[in-house]
Design a protein around this ligand. Structure first.
Ligand code: SF4
Length: 88
């Protein structure tokens, strides 16, 4: 309550500009969430940007290399439903 009063008394705070800025920020996050929801319907959420698998469970699409310290490559296609390959 005291903070609210202090903010409304602050001559440097433009409430309309603040509201517009927050609305723009909300729009940006909404667009990001919408895109992420769409992409995750075909691209497995465990696949990183370099197509390596970060899952902590087995999956038929994991391709292990001779390097035991590296993450397995994901051999899955982004065109099919990846969830059928999970060992769950
Ligand atoms: S190997 Fe399986 S769990 Fe890992 S990223 Fe590919 S589809 Fe997802």
């Amino acid at each position: 309550m005291a903070d609210e009063q202090a903010r409304s008394d602050n001559p440097e705070l433009d409430s309309e500009k603040t509201r517009a800025s927050l609305d723009r920020l909300y729009d940006i996050y909404r667009d990001i969430a919408t895109t992420a929801d769409k992409v995750m319907q075909t691209r497995c959420p465990y696949k990183d940007a370099e197509s390596r698998c970060t899952a902590k469970f087995g999956c038929q699409n994991q391709f292990f290399t001779s390097d035991p310290t590296s993450l397995p490559a994901c051999a899955g296609s982004d065109q099919i439903d990846y969830r059928d390959a999970w060992d769950t």
